[in-house]
Write a protein that binds this ligand. Structure first.
Ligand SMILES: [Fe+2]
Length: 199
């Protein structure tokens, strides 16, 4: 069965008051994410080795293989964006107690976590993602990946939150000011309840 674009878990206009306008979500979800899904389905159609595989399996089997880079890029971006929509909420920004306690334990405080996340997101050169992950050692960590890569592919840990720092995710709302987009995302958009549920 072909991969499909998931519905947004909120209206396209639902995040506008929190710094992500309707047009950004229409372009980013309906056009950019759809393009990754369409391209991925095209690769699956032409390659019997990919048929019947889950998205996660395709990410793993294409990772690090030069001849499968286009497959990896589109499968990775499909996986990343599915998470990204769930990682935002019209009531985002509030960190629930269990996650907050874990953040304090592993980063020293919420401010330290946000600083580390902002640093990762703003120093990712060009396009990519920054992540809050639960690493194999049981600790929360911040990491970043270029282009369509992600912690599933690198094996760094379970992704709890991922921010898209491709320009298509923030240019209409913040122009070239990626640091402002990241700060706003952490304070007003991030769905920390979703992250806590994955602990
Ligand atoms: Fe994106």
């Amino acid at each position: 069965m072909a991969f499909e674009l998931p519905h947004l878990p909120y209206a396209h206009s639902a995040l506008a008051a929190h710094g992500m306008c309707q047009e950004t979500l229409e372009l980013h979800h309906d056009k950019h994410h759809q393009a990754y899904v369409t391209a991925l389905n095209g690769f699956v159609e032409k390659n019997a080795d990919l048929q019947g595989k889950s998205l996660e399996e395709i990410v793993h089997l294409s990772h690090g293989k030069a001849d499968m880079a286009p497959v990896f890029n589109n499968a990775g971006q499909h996986w990343n964006h599915i998470l990204f929509w769930e990682n935002m909420s019209p009531t985002g920004g509030a960190i629930p107690g269990k996650l907050e306690a874990k953040i304090v334990e592993d980063f020293g405080g919420v401010a330290q976590f946000k600083d580390a996340f902002k640093t990762a997101a703003t120093t990712q050169f060009g396009s990519g993602w920054a992540w809050l992950i639960l690493a194999a050692d049981g600790k929360l960590k911040v990491t970043k990946t270029p282009n369509g890569s992600n912690p599933l592919a690198t094996g760094e840990g379970t992704a709890l939150l991922g921010i898209d720092v491709w320009e298509h995710s923030y240019y209409l709302d913040f122009r070239n000011r990626r640091p402002d987009y990241v700060t706003n995302w952490l304070d007003k958009l991030a769905n920390y309840e979703f992250a806590e549920a994955k602990l």
